[in-house]
Design a protein around this ligand. Structure first.
Ligand code: NDP
Length: 244
């Protein structure tokens, strides 16, 4: 998708791999200045080579104090993509405190924290903005063993709506993108069992999972003025799965 983000500054979390990495590349190619936030420094080094001029920030977003230190003074941001997340797989009955807490810290609390930092800046500058939370189709359909991830993404649905309500009068839009399985590192891990993967794919009317590019295109659309009247909403990128 060819959109023009020249003159705008974007912040993308989980920028080192998968959907976040390709989102950084697409925003960079569309003229935006990009702050790329992730946890593994080597990913930022290679990304900066591919996208000269990006601003790399290495931080564990599950750590509130470290995130405040790294991003508290990040400066003006017009577009925010809350993409970083973990997918820690456990059945409900075996779910542990550690996995549940870690999932909520990274997948939900960091969205609150980073969005607060960015939205405060937008409000004090009096500029419009767009925030996209990368969620999942598992807000609607249970994916077995994804108890913690599914719960965090369910929370993101209401966080997205609540942010849209409160930030709307400041001309800040907030939406989500909800993909089915995407074969990134995360997607390969969660669909590693070939039998499970085959059966799951067959339940998708399009008989495929989603491509990274399809998710990135929806993110860019929601960031752009092409979706100027959309807020508190979400785009399913699910190959028809939820219709099945
Ligand atoms: P990947 O695991 O491929 O990439 C996730 C990125 O987020 C990595 O760069 C990772 O860094 C970073 N990250 C994870 N935890 C933290 C943290 N605590 N602090 C900073 N950075 C962190 O995932 P995807 O690209 O597949 O997923 C992106 C988004 O899409 C997520 O929100 C996910 O829930 C959602 N999604 C993905 C689906 C899929 O099948 N892939 C399906 C539905 C939704 P590092 O590797 O260094 O930890």
């Amino acid at each position: 998708m060819k959109l023009n983000f020249k003159g705008l500054r974007a912040l993308v979390t989980g920028a080192g791999k998968g959907i976040g990495r390709d989102t950084v590349k697409a925003l960079h190619a569309s003229g935006a200045k990009v702050v790329a936030v992730t946890r593994t420094s080597a990913d930022l080094v290679s990304l900066a080579k591919e996208c000269p001029g990006i601003e790399p920030v290495c931080v564990d977003l599950g750590d509130w104090e470290a995130t405040e230190k790294a991003l508290g003074s990040i400066g003006p941001v017009d577009l925010l993509v809350n993409n970083a997340a973990v997918a820690l797989v456990q059945p409900f009955i075996e779910s542990t405190k550690e996995v549940f807490d870690r999932s909520f810290k990274v997948n939900v609390r960091s969205v609150l924290q980073v969005s607060q930092i960015v939205a405060k800046g937008m409000i004090s500058r009096g500029v419009p903005g767009s925030i996209v939370n990368v969620s999942s189709m598992c807000t609607i359909r249970v994916l077995s063993t994804h108890i913690s991830t599914g719960s965090t993404k369910g929370a993101i649905t209401m966080l997205t709506k609540a942010m849209a309500m409160e930030l709307g009068p400041h001309k800040i839009r907030v939406n989500s993108v909800n993909p089915t399985v995407v074969l990134t590192d995360m997607g390969k891990k969660v669909s590693a069992n070939p039998d499970f993967s085959k059966k799951l794919k067959e339940r998708h009317p399009l008989r495929k999972f989603a491509e990274v590019e399809d998710v990135v295109n929806s993110i860019l659309f929601l960031l752009s003025d092409s979706s100027a009247s959309t807020s508190g909403s979400g785009i399913l990128v699910d190959a028809g799965y939820l219709a099945s």
